[in-house]
Design a protein around this ligand. Structure first.
Ligand SMILES: [Zn+2]
Length: 698
C-alpha cells in the first residue's frame, strides 16, 4: 500500500462516456486472431518490429489506413441499422437477428479501431505513429458520439420485439437503449449537435491532459551523498554526471525507491514536489476545460452534475451513494489512521525532536523505518528474490495451474517495440487467446501500469488479445530486481489480463472481456494481489541468483508489516475518491483547483497538501475515470468478499479457482456484476470481509 501512487488503471478509451457501444475498453490491437472478417494481417502493422534492437521507422499510414477501413465498416453497418428504423419497402422483413448482427458488426469494427489507436497512442516509440493513433482515436470517438446520438438507430432497436429472444439479446437491447437515452438521443437536433461538439472537444482535451503528464519528465540533481539509504545496486546504477551531480527522475523506477529509502529529508521533499508539479501549469487549463465540458454534457442530458450522470449506469447508481460510500469507508478507517499516524510521528520525533507533523514526502520513508523496527521487515531484503524474469515466469505458471491454461511464447509475433513479449494462451490444444507484455519504461511511453485491450474476443469470430503496459525494472538494462510492491502491481494487472482473456468468449461483442459495470472491473485485479503475498505461491518462483528460495520468515514479516499503514492508506485513497467526486459534483465555473485539493486532502488524508504542488495536474484518473475513482475501493470490498471463499477452500485450490473463472470471469458483461458475485459466493456480496480486513488486529 504505497500512498505515493495511484493504483493501476484499467485503461479505458479516452472517453468514459456512455455510448451505443459498450463503454469501450481501451486500446488497440494490431494482431487479430483467426477471423473471417477482412482484418489486416500483422504484416502491415504500424510498428512492425521484428526482434531487432530498433523499432523500424515506418510511416503512420498502415495504422491510419486500417483505422479508416474499420470506421468505414462501422459506418456501413450504421447505415444498415438506420434503415431498419422504418418500414420502407425492402427485400426481407426486419428481424431481431438482422438488427443485432448489424449492431454487433458495428461494435466489433469500432472496438478494433478504438483499441489499436488507444494502445499505439500510449506505447508506440515513433511519434509519427503516436500522432496518427491520436487522430484515429479522435475520429473513432467522433463516430461513437455520432452513433450514440443517432435517433434512427435508437428507433431501429427500440421497435424490436425481443420477447421470444434469448437472455443475451434481451440484455443487449435493454443496455443499448439505456445508453442511447443517457447519450441524449431523445433531445432536439440543436441539443444533439451541441452534445456532439462537446464530446469531440472532450476527447481532444483529454488527450492533451494525458500528453501533459506523459511528456513531463522532471528531474532533481542531487549530491551523491544525498543517495544515502538507497540500495547499493540502485546507487551503482545512478552515477554522477559531469558536474558531479546525480540526476533522479520522476519515473517510477527512480521515484518509488527514492521516496522509500532516501534518508535525506530535503532531497525527498524536492523530488516529491517536482513529482507533483508534473503537468502543471498546462493541465490546469486542460482540467478546467474537461470539467466544464462534462458539466454541460450532464445538464444537457438531464443530470444535475457529471457525477450523477457517470454513476447512473454503475453498480453504485448515483453520486449520493458515492459520497456515502466514501464517508462510510473513511469513518471505518479513522481509528486505525489516527493510531498509525501517531506511530509515524513518534518515529519522526526520534530523528527530529522539533517535528510536529508528518508530511506526505516523509510517510513512505517513515513507514519503511517503522516496518523495519517493529516487524523486522526490510523491503530491500526481498529484492534479490524478485527478479523480473522469475516473477513473470511465476505468474504464467500460477495462472496456468489455477485456471487450466498454458502459455506458449510467440516468437514471430509482430510488435511495436522489440522489448514486447507475446504469448499464445492455450486450453489443452485449443488456442484460447494471446497476451502481450510491454513491461519496461522508455521515452514517450505511458508512465503508469495498465491493461490495454488489443482485441476484444468474440465467440466464433476472434480470439481475445490483451496487453499489459507497465514500467518495471528492465533486466536488459539493469539487474531487473523488483520491489515487492511492483510484484503486487504485476499480479494486479495480470488479474485484469485473465479477466479479459476468459471473458473474451461471449457471443455478443458488447459483453466481451471486462465489459461489466465499471465499478466492478477492479475486483478481479485486486483479488489477484492476494496471491502476491502468499508464501506457497511466492516460493515457487522467488529465488535469488544462487537459486536459494525466498525465506518464509521474510514473507511472514512482509504480511505482518503490511498491516501497518492500512488506515493511512485507506484514508489517502478516500482523498483521491473524494477529489475525483468533488471536482465533478458541482458547477465547475470559477473552481479553485488547488483550494479544492487542499480542502479534500485535509478532510480525508492524514497528510496536508504541500505548498507548490498541484497533484491534480498529473492525476491521470481525472481523464479516464473522472468522478469515479471510488471504484477501486468499491471493487476492493467485493474482492475481499470473493477472496473469503479462497481463504475457506484454499488459495491454490484449482476447484475454487475454476469456479471463479466460470462464474465471475467467463461471463464478461453478460450478467450484472452483483449477480456474477452472488453466483460465485452463493449469496449477495456484503461489507463483512472488507471490514474484517480493515479492522484486523496486528
Ligand atoms: Zn487495475
Amino acid at each position: 500500500m504505497n500512498t505515493a501512487l495511484f493504483p493501476c488503471a484499467r485503461h479505458f478509451a479516452v472517453l468514459p462516456m456512455v455510448s451505443a457501444l459498450a463503454f469501450a475498453q481501451a486500446c488497440g490491437s494490431p494482431t487479430v486472431q483467426p477471423t473471417p472478417a477482412p482484418l489486416p494481417a500483422p504484416a502491415d502493422l504500424p510498428a512492425a518490429a521484428t526482434p531487432t534492437t530498433k523499432a523500424p521507422e515506418l510511416p503512420p499510414d498502415p495504422l491510419t489506413k486500417r483505422c479508416m477501413e474499420r470506421l468505414e465498416t462501422a459506418r456501413s453497418q450504421r447505415t444498415a441499422l438506420a434503415s431498419f428504423a422504418t418500414d420502407s419497402p425492402r427485400a426481407a422483413p426486419v428481424t431481431p437477428t438482422a438488427v443485432i448482427n448489424a449492431l454487433n458488426e458495428m461494435t466489433i469494427a469500432i472496438d478494433l479501431a478504438s483499441a489499436e489507436s488507444s494502445l499505439m497512442f500510449a506505447v508506440h516509440p515513433d511519434k509519427a505513429v503516436r500522432d496518427a493513433a491520436g487522430k484515429c482515436e479522435q475520429q473513432t470517438e467522433q463516430l461513437k458520439t455520432e452513433i450514440a446520438l443517432d435517433r434512427a438507430i435508437y428507433d431501429a432497436i427500440a421497435r424490436l420485439d425481443v420477447k421470444s429472444e434469448g437472455p443475451d439479446v434481451k440484455r443487449l437491447v435493454a443496455l443499448t437503449l439505456r445508453d442511447f437515452k443517457m447519450s441524449g438521443v431523445d433531445k432536439d437536433e440543436a441539443t444533439r449537435a451541441r452534445i456532439k461538439h462537446l464530446q469531440d472537444e472532450l476527447v481532444q482535451v483529454g488527450q492533451a491532459f494525458e500528453k501533459g503528464i506523459a511528456s513531463d519528465l522532471r528531474k532533481v540533481a542531487l549530491q551523491p551523498a544525498q543517495l544515502k539509504g538507497l540500495p547499493q545496486d540502485w546507487i551503482d546504477a545512478h552515477k554522477p554526471n559531469a558536474e558531479g551531480k546525480v540526476e533522479i527522475s520522476t519515473d517510477y523506477p527512480d521515484y518509488i525507491p527514492f521516496m522509500q529509502y532516501a534518508e535525506d529529508d530535503a532531497a525527498r521533499k524536492s523530488l516529491y514536489v517536482v513529482y507533483r508539479q508534473r503537468g502543471w501549469p498546462a493541465n490546469k487549463a486542460n482540467l478546467q476545460k474537461m470539467l466544464e465540458i462534462r458539466f454541460e454534457l450532464a445538464t444537457l442530458t438531464g443530470f444535475a452534475t457529471w457525477a450523477e450522470r457517470i454513476t447512473a449506469d454503475k453498480m453504485i447508481k448515483n453520486a449520493k451513494a458515492v459520497e456515502e460510500f466514501v464517508t462510510r469507508v473513511a469513518k471505518a478507517a479513522e481509528p486505525r489512521m489516527k493510531a498509525e499516524y501517531q506511530v509515524l510521528l513518534a518515529e519522526l520525533k526520534a530523528m527530529d525532536k522539533a517535528a510536529t507533523e508528518v508530511n506526505d514526502w516523509q510517510q513512505a520513508y517513515l513507514q519503511g523505518r517503522v516496518k523495519k523496527a517493529k516487524f523486522a521487515f526490510d523491503a530491500q531484503a526481498m529484492r534479490p528474490y524478485l527478479h523480473y524474469d522469475k516473477v513473470k515466469a511465476g505468474l504464467l505458471e500460477l495462472t496456468g495451474r489455477l485456471f487450466g491454461i498454458t502459455y506458449k511464447p510467440k516468437k514471430d509475433a509482430t510488435v511495436w517495440h522489440p522489448s514486447v513479449e507475446v504469448y499464445d494462451v492455450f486450453e489443452g490444444d485449443k488456442h484460447y487467446g494471446t497476451i502481450y507484455l510491454d513491461m519496461h519504461p522508455r521515452e514517450g511511453k505511458y508512465k503508469h501500469a495498465a491493461q490495454f485491450t488489443l482485441v476484444n474476443g468474440v465467440a466464433g469470430r476472434q480470439l481475445p488479445a490483451g496487453v499489459l503496459v507497465c514500467n518495471f525494472p528492465n533486466p536488459k538494462t539493469g539487474n531487473g530486481l523488483m520491489e515487492h510492491k511492483e510484484v503486487e502491481t504485476f499480479f494486479h494487472e495480470f488479474g485484469h489480463l485473465i479477466h479479459h482473456t476468459f471473458g473474451g468468449h461471449q457471443a455478443m461483442p458488447r459483453f466481451a472481456g471486462v465489459a461489466t459495470e465499471w465499478d466492478f472491473v477492479e475486483a478481479p485485479s485486486q483479488i489477484f494481489e492476494e496471491w502476491a503475498k502468499d508464501y506457497a505461491t511466492l516460493k515457487v518462483f522467488a529465488t535469488n541468483d544462487k537459486g536459494e528460495p525466498l525465506p518464509e520468515d521474510l514473507v511472514k514479516k512482509l504480511v505482518a508489516a503490511d498491516e501497518f499503514g492500512k488506515g493511512l492508506w485507506v484514508r489517502h485513497q478516500m482523498f483521491y475518491a473524494g477529489l475525483s467526486l468533488g471536482m465533478h459534483n458541482r458547477d465547475p465555473k470559477g473552481l479553485d483547483q488547488d483550494a479544492l485539493v487542499s480542502e479534500i486532502q485535509g478532510k480525508y488524508s492524514a497528510y496536508k497538501a504541500v505548498p507548490d504542488t498541484h497533484m491534480q495536474a498529473s492525476f491521470g484518473h481525472l481523464n479516464g475515470y473522472s468522478a469515479i475513482y471510488y471504484t477501486y475501493m468499491w471493487s476492493m470490498v467485493i474482492a475481499k468478499d470473493m477472496f473469503s471463499r479462497f481463504v475457506k477452500e484454499g488459495i491454490s485450490n484449482p476447484t475454487v479457482a475454476m469456479r471463479y473463472r466460470k462464474m465471475v470471469l467467463e461471463p464478461g458483461g453478460s450478467k450484472d456484476a452483483a449477480d456474477l458475485v452472488a453466483d460465485f459466493l452463493g449469496r449477495p456480496y456484503d461489507f463483512k470481509s472488507y471490514e474484517a480486513w480493515l479492522n484486523k488486529k496486528k
